[in-house]
Each structure stands twice: as C-alpha cells, then as structure tokens.
Ligand binder design. Structure first.
Ligand SMILES: C[S@@+](CC[C@H](N)C(=O)[O-])C[C@H]1O[C@@H](n2cnc3c(N)ncnc32)[C@H](O)[C@@H]1O
Length: 390
C-alpha cells in the first residue's frame, strides 16, 4: 500500500497542535495512563481554543478540509425547509433548533425559505459547541438577514422543555465515539496512552454499557477475525436528552452512516473512523491533533433504538436523495433552471444536484432519520422508507 503523505502544517498550526498534545498527555496522566478514545476525540475536536472545531481555522469549503451539503447548493435547504414547514404547521408556536450550525450557511438558506413560505418560526435557535463557529454563523446569517437579529438566537444549553423542529446535519458524525477491538483473546475498549513523544493505542477493560454493545456486535458479526469498530454512546446520550426535552415536534438527523446490520459487517473490520486534513482522508487519529477532523459513520439503528426507548416515533429512515425529492427538490430545481438564462449557472446547478442525489455520491451514503412526537410527518415518502433496515 502507498505510504500516506499529508501536506506539512504551517509552523503556527504545529504550535497549536503541540499545545493540544500536551493537554492530552495531562488528561492521559489524570486517567491513570489510559484515556478512553471518546475522551481523546472530544479533546482533539472541542478543547476550547485548541480543538479542531474550537481553534478558529477555516474548516468548510475549498480552503478547509471538507464540504457539506449546504455549501453544495441552497436547494438542499429549500427541500429540507419543506419538511420542516410540514412539521411546524402542526405545532403552535414551535421553534426551530439547529445543532452544530457549522459556517451558518444552512441556517441562512433555511431562514430565506421560511420567509418565502411565510412560515418563519418564532425563534430560530442554534446550539453550537464551538465559540469561533458561533461568530462565523452570526456573520453569515445576519449579512443576509440583518433585520432578524432578535429572532435568531444562540443557546448555551438544551432547553429543558420545548416544542418545535430540530435539525442536526452532519453533527452526529462529529460526536466522539468509543472504539472496541475484538481479538482471539476477547473484546477490549481502545484507549490512548503515550511513550515519550508518541501517542499510541492501548486496551482498557469494557464498562457494563460497552459490554452490552459488544454482545450486540458479536451477534451481528459472527466472524472470528480481529475486528475494530465504533460505538455511539455519546450520540445516544445526546438524543436521549433531546427526546426528554421535546414536548411536541420533529427531529431530522441527516448524516452518513448505516443501520447496525451494515455497520458491523465483517468486511468493515477497521471500523468507520476517518480523519480529514486538507481534503485528504486517512485513518490515523493519533496525529495532527486539533488540525484534522475526526469523524465516524453514524449507527442509525442505535439512534432509532434510543428514540424508541425515549417514546419518540421513528417516522422514517430514507436515503438523502429520497428525502430531498420528497421535499420537492426536483420541482424546485427545474423552476430555478427555467428562470436562469446563463448556461454556466445551469451547468453548476446540474453538477450540484448530481452530488446531492447520485447514489455513488451523497444520494445514498447519506441517510435521514426522521423522529417525531405528537405530529405526522406527511411529506415523508412511504415507498422509499427504509425503516425495515434499522
Ligand atoms: C461537520 S460540522 C457540520 C456543520 C453544519 N451542520 C453543516 O452541515 O455544514 C459539525 C458541527 O457540529 C458541531 N457540534 C458537534 N457536536 C455538537 C453538539 N453536541 N452540540 C452542538 N454542536 C455540535 C461542530 O462544532 C460543528 O459546527
């Protein structure tokens, strides 16, 4: 296999990374020499001032490390907005709550759509863990909607009780995961330790919660070869608190991922963890701390199970292409194509649509889990519903 060659970081970025490594080593010491991988990932991504999402460097778009759907085309938000409006119209005084709003593009485009559809929620709330991204979001949103400074609000924590629609686009994949390793000797949790300057993997015994997950994985994957995979305890806990707070409304979780039966297939024997550095993907999270994104595919079955045990309705599980088409993407796109005289603009729009919809691109690798309480999500298409896979 070719050796991975990544672009060399700038000296000032290396200094930030080194400072983060020192903080990680202190955390390893405080954890008796073995830091659970999920705690390591939390520090790498979110340690205030130093973590990947907290340190203020450009992450989105061509100058960053990755591109998300809202940056591909505003048609993504237009189709999602129609699903939200369907839910909001059934809720008296419902809010919109967006988790992890990134660079603010999705919020900006959704608000544009809500205004056009005359269905702007009483409050558009954003819960974002990264202070530097909050600033970026304010700039993007208020540049387009300067008269809405009192309608768009940033929350410090989840409201204890609310009615409305929740959106999490590519947020769950950015939540820390636990990692398990199955060998001939049994199953261990993967943790991080250090020798001198080097961070390296080590093993920890399983907690009771992880033991239950390990049993499930063994039943799904009967293969006896060595195997590594991820467990979404953090995302499940997040959804559980959200479910407790949502009195009435809908939750749309959009992300790349699989149902458990596909997540734990024998051929995925190194798990789904990926790192992104300047648009290059690789699988070593123990380097470039704070400079690279670390992400894992979402286990949608685990989220659906959490939703059910918290008394939410699991209302749909769709490929992104089917969800967007049910939100009217095809009609919206042809209207826009017809109104544009410029061939270059039309070609750009066609390329964006392909990226959002084609199975080999985001169309099928991205899925949408739609959850609800006391409302009907009537825009979801039953013909393309894949709940039977969960
Ligand atoms: C990959 S980015 C996606 C950004 C945006 N939703 C988009 O589609 O472009 C992940 C975002 O989730 C945020 N995030 C991660 N965990 C979070 C949590 N528990 N609560 C709120 N935001 C979170 C990150 O800071 C970042 O803004």
């Amino acid at each position: 296999m070719n050796e991975l060659i990544l672009p060399a970081p700038e000296p000032e970025d290396l200094a930030v990374s080194l400072a983060l490594r020192l903080r990680i080593c202190s955390a390893i010491d405080a954890a008796n020499g073995q830091l659970a991988f999920s705690d390591y990932m939390q520090l790498c991504l979110y340690l205030p001032g130093l973590g990947y999402y907290s340190a203020g460097k450009e992450k989105f778009g061509a100058a960053g490390d990755f591109i998300t759907a809202p940056d591909i085309s505003p048609l993504f938000a237009a189709a999602l907005a129609r699903h939200c409006v369907d839910a909001l119209q059934q809720i008296e005084n419902g809010i919109l709550l967006e988790f992890g709003a990134g660079n603010g593009q999705l919020a900006t485009d959704l608000i544009t759509q809500f205004v056009e559809l005359e269905c702007l929620p009483s409050r558009y709330c954003i819960l974002e863990t990264s202070p530097s991204l909050v600033e970026a979001q304010k700039q993007t949103i208020f540049a387009r909607h300067p008269n809405l400074t009192d309608r768009v609000v940033w929350l410090d924590s989840l409201p204890t009780s609310f009615k409305g629609v929740v959106i999490a686009n590519e947020v769950c994949d950015a939540m820390p995961v636990h990692r398990l390793e199955f060998t001939q000797q049994g199953c261990h949790e993967l943790a991080v330790t250090y020798d001198g300057d080097n961070l390296r993997w080590c093993h920890r015994p399983l907690s009771e919660q992880l033991k239950a997950f390990a049993e499930q994985i063994k039943q799904l994957n009967q293969d006896t070869r060595p195997y590594i995979s991820e467990v979404p305890l953090v995302a499940s806990a997040w959804l559980n608190s959200l479910a407790k707070a949502l009195q009435q409304g809908a939750i749309f979780i959009l992300d790349y991922g699989y149902p458990a039966s596909e997540y734990y297939l024998p051929e995925r024997d190194q798990g789904t963890l990926r790192c992104y550095y300047q648009h290059q993907a690789h699988d070593n999270p123990l380097i470039l701390q704070g400079l690279q994104d670390i992400t894992a595919h979402v286990n949608f079955s685990a989220l659906a199970e959490t939703a059910l045990s918290a008394d939410l309705d699991v209302s749909g599980f769709h490929y992104q292409k089917d969800f967007l088409l049910a939100g009217g993407l095809a009609e919206l796109a042809s209207e826009q194509m017809a109104s544009s005289q410029d061939v270059f603009t039309q070609m750009k729009m066609a390329a964006a649509l392909k990226r959002l919809l084609l199975p080999g691109q985001m169309g099928e690798s991205f899925k949408v889990l739609s959850l609800s309480r006391d409302i009907e999500l009537s825009r979801l298409c039953p013909m393309s519903d894949k709940r039977y896979l969960l």
